[in-house]
Write a protein that binds this ligand. Structure first.
Ligand code: NAD
Length: 351
């Protein structure tokens, strides 16, 4: 699977997708990487400035729910592989607009699966469809236990239900049409290019601007955090070395209660901004809980570790510090995102 492949990466202008595109473009000069993205509020081509002129990279502006467009590009470019990340990804938005999540995450995935099937159903040799999914499909854990690849699906939010559904469709295409696929279910990511509606970048921005840090409920919600570049490395490994029809859980064995994470963030930010220790913690405010909020997610990543030799390259403290540094050094990125300036620019460019 090493030479002259045409790989479609969907959602490559988003947070995780941009790191995956960069990794594939730079690690595999013999591949041609097509980045398909609708440039929703979450897609930002600034995330890819350093690779946009690479000779093995092409950006395709389009929507995965547009069947004619998708069928057209599959027939034109004959992609050998798909790494599918495009999605509506924010749980809070899924609570206010669940249909948008069903449309993109379920229907959009099916349209891609169908286009791929139509192209290769007579010969699947060296073809692969990779669905990048989330640990939220497993629902919530109590105080103990870990999600493994055999944990039953039990999604609670419209977001996780839509991702669970798309995982099932990927499996069904594998069983029904013999499509070679892999799925990975990953824990919460953080790092450069993270859209500031999500906890870590939102709080970094609020601390810089001395604004309140709204923590849901009592702050005891627990998440397993992974540095986004470690996720991109894992995706590369699973794409190239994972077994067909297998699922891999990806996580950092790195659980944090939200409140402890926020306190660590405050300490690191005080330090980096030259503020008195404890100053940023004063910004913490507890707010009304999100409906259907899962108490705890934690991933057992031993399968990918044992079978593919993957483990995170940075500790959480290191990853968080690198992330804060990135946001402090890229104030313009944050300003453009929070002001929506980049979206105005795309509206003009792609009208
Ligand atoms: P993101 O919201 O930052 O990026 C999503 C990208 O998809 C954006 O560039 C957006 O423009 C694009 N997109 C949205 N709808 C589209 C459509 N209809 N057609 C084409 N493009 C469209 O998301 P992310 O956090 O980078 O997540 C990427 C993937 O990884 C998602 O599938 C998500 O479910 C999964 N995932 C995310 C996390 C996490 O912590 N962020 C963890 C595990 C899995």
């Amino acid at each position: 699977m090493e030479t002259n492949k045409k790989i479609l990466i969907t959602g490559g202008a988003g947070f995780i997708g941009s790191h995956v595109v960069r990794r594939f473009v730079t690690q595999y000069p013999n591949y041609h990487i097509y980045n398909l993205d609708a440039l929703t509020y979450a897609g930002n081509l600034e995330n890819l400035r350093d690779v946009e002129y690479a000779s093995n990279y092409t950006f395709l502006h389009g929507d995965i729910t547009d069947e004619d467009f998708i069928n057209g590009i599959f027939s034109e470019y004959q992609f050998d592989g798909v790494v599918h990340l495009a999605a509506e990804s924010h749980v809070d938005r899924s609570i206010t607009d669940p249909l948008a999540f069903a449309k993109t995450n379920i229907l959009g995935t099916m349209i891609l699966l169908n286009a791929f099937k139509e192209l290769w159903k007579d010969n699947w040799e060296e073809k692969r469809f990779y669905h990048v999914s989330t640990d939220e499909v497993y629902g919530s854990l109590g105080e103990t236990g870990l999600f493994t690849e055999t944990t039953s699906y039990d999604p609670n939010s419209p977001y996780s239900a839509s991702k669970a559904s798309s995982d099932h469709f990927v499996r069904a295409y594998g069983e029904t049409y013999g499509m070679p696929y892999v799925i990975s279910n990953c824990s919460n990511n953080y790092g450069p290019n993270h859209f500031p509606e999500k906890l870590i970048p939102l709080f970094i921005n609020n601390i810089i601007n001395k604004k309140a840090l709204p923590v849901y409920g009592d702050g005891n919600y627990t998440r397993d955090w992974l540095y986004v570049i470690d996720h991109a490395i894992a995706i590369d490994l699973v794409y190239h070395k994972g077994e067909n029809h297998e699922t891999y859980n990806i996580g950092g064995f790195n659980e944090w209660k939200n409140i402890d994470l926020v306190k660590l963030l405050c300490q690191q930010m005080d330090d980096k901004l030259g503020r008195t220790t404890g100053e940023s913690e004063k910004l913490i405010t507890y707010v009304k809980d999100r409906p259907g909020h899962d108490l705890r997610y934690a991933i057992d990543a031993s399968k990918i570790n044992k079978e593919l030799g993957w483990s995170p390259s940075v500790t959480f403290e290191e990853g968080l510090s690198k992330t804060i540094d990135w946001f402090l050094e890229n104030k313009e990125w944050m300003d453009n995102v929070t002001s929506g300036a980049y979206q105005e620019y795309y509206k003009e460019q792609y009208k």
